[in-house]
Design a protein around this ligand. Structure first.
Ligand code: BG6
Length: 489
């Protein structure tokens, strides 16, 4: 849809930036924090880039005041961060660690002091190790009770101070990486177990929302989902059907549960045929129906392109048939053919011939961002908070001490323009959190792949001085915020 003039961003629009506890905090065993599954996983040889881990990360735990000051100087309106569950409950349940709680309370107070809206994510992947060891983590319903206990502590302590809450970050990503591809903890390769664990997490998400409505009536809560639109390679109706299959499998499989309280039927039946559908009781169904998010958090990096399954139409060997790598979290696709692969009868993934890629092979697709916002809003009728979007790149610190990341400015600008078009289309939006505020530890790519507005002076092996240096994009975003996006064209 062509629009001659774009609507302005709402005056309340939250221009923000995001992070996650394990990727920034460090202080992995300080002040009574318990270990998480990531503390353990990163110590397994060969699992992360050059063996990087979050023991120190960017030391945000000790430098949060300096980081928040940089946010304030930029004029940031919102900051999304996650809480490390094992700081609050070192054993995942039971004893509360006051010092851990105090850290987040201080952080929130510091943000509020500068008028920066805190956006608190309850779970960004760092499950307390004790729960993994005791109950098998998300494969057990005991973990739901532990999660409720943890939520209750935070709702009680921070419910008055934090308005926006995110339940789970990218459930689609951490379940597939953790239980199917063994590239995240708990290091499992079993599709059946993945779907069972995913269902348990759906229940935990629902419980957290129901409890929130009782305890924090003035707050807003929703999950953050890694969404990507799916394109058919051609107008061949079989390819269009394949795209619908892929969409239901990669997006609706989660979003329908969050918003409609039920699984999409065609995918569920497909999993049943494969013998890998999750076990869903009638009590589960009632709970899922009861929990309604207030908004949807959308993390957008890219979508995917598919064509008809290769059973009905075997693939021809050409460049287009390159398979997605298993580390591409946004479109589940078998790296090697697994007997349990539910995708094989539904679709096959390809590169999109119209899109360029980042250095890490992620397609760059700003129009897909507008499409994503439109699709999600049309289907679920909830306000959208973009909780992540950004470019991972190799940044260079010049001899003059500058980082001239014009490529990031260009990337973000293109995406913000498309978001403005989506707003002009009528999509109701709360805000936009770029990923990320400072540079941080990429789960699998160390410090080579950077996303921040603020450079952090360290490498994989050398912690250096961890100095914070605002990049060129920092000043660009400052300007965008100041003008409430008026300069975005
Ligand atoms: C999202 C995660 O999947 O993508 C973030 O929520 C992550 O935690 C980001 O860092 C970028 O991923 P990567 O692999 O490029 O660091």
């Amino acid at each position: 849809m062509y629009q001659e003039k774009l609507d302005a961003f709402p005056s309340s629009f939250l221009w923000g930036a995001a992070s996650a506890a394990y990727q920034i905090e460090g202080a992995y065993d300080t002040d009574g924090k318990g270990p998480s599954i990531w503390d353990e996983f990163t110590k397994i040889e060969g699992k992360t880039f050059e063996g990087t881990n979050g023991d120190v990360a960017i030391d945000h735990y000790n430098r949060y005041k300096e980081d928040v000051k940089l946010m304030a100087d930029m004029g940031l309106k919102a900051y999304r961060f996650s809480v490390s569950w094992a700081r609050i409950l070192p054993d995942g349940e039971g004893r509360v660690n006051e010092e851990g709680l105090a850290f987040y309370e201080n952080l929130v107070d510091e943000l509020n002091k500068y008028g920066i809206e805190p956006v608190l994510t309850l779970y960004h992947w760092d499950l307390p190790l004790a729960l993994q060891e005791k109950y098998n983590g998300w494969e057990s319903r005991e973990t739901i009770s532990a999660f409720k206990e943890y939520c209750k502590v935070l709702y009680e302590r921070l419910g008055e101070k934090v308005r926006y809450w995110v339940t789970f970050n990218e459930q689609n990503v951490f379940t597939s990486m953790g239980y199917r591809w063994a590239t995240h903890p708990p290091n499992v390769t079993d599709t059946k177990r993945m779907f069972e664990a995913n269902h348990i997490i759906n229940l935990a998400n629902a419980e957290a929302i129901v409890l929130f409505k009782e305890m924090v009536p003035n707050g807003k809560i929703g999950p953050s989902f890694g969404y990507g639109p799916v394109y058919p390679l051609t107008a061949d109706p079989s390819d269009v059907l394949a795209a619908e299959n892929a969409h239901e499998f990669s997006n609706s499989w989660w979003l329908d549960v969050y918003c409609k309280g039920r699984y999409p039927v065609a995918v569920f039946k497909q999993l049943e045929r494969k013998g890998i559908a999750p076990t869903v009781t009638s009590e589960d169904k009632a709970l899922l129906k009861k929990a309604k998010p207030d908004f949807l958090g959308i993390n957008y990096y890219h979508g995917g392109t598919v064509k008809q399954n290769k059973i009905e139409k075997p693939a021809q060997e050409n460049e287009q048939d390159k398979k997605f790598s298993s580390t591409d979290p946004y479109l589940m696709q078998p790296k090697e053919e697994q007997s349990q692969s539910p995708e094989i009868p539904m679709y096959q993934s390809l590169d999109n011939p119209y899109l360029e890629k980042t250095e890490w092979g992620w397609e760059i697709d700003p129009v897909g961002f507008r499409l994503a916002l439109r699709q999600v809003y049309a289907r679920y009728d909830l306000p959208i908070f973009v909780t992540e979007n950004g470019l991972g790149a190799k940044d260079v610190l010049t001899e003059e001490g500058e980082i001239n990341d014009d490529y990031r400015i260009d990337y973000l600008n293109q995406h913000v323009v498309e978001m403005k078009k989506a707003i002009t289309d009528g999509v109701e939006m709360i805000g936009y959190c770029a990923w990320s505020f400072t540079d941080l530890l990429s789960w699998l790519n160390g410090y080579k792949k950077r996303y921040g507005f603020v450079f952090v002076n360290r490498t994989e092996q050398d912690e250096k001085d961890l100095k914070r240096i605002p990049k060129k994009s920092y000043f660009w975003y400052k300007d965008v915020i100041e003008q409430n996006g008026e300069n975005i064209k």
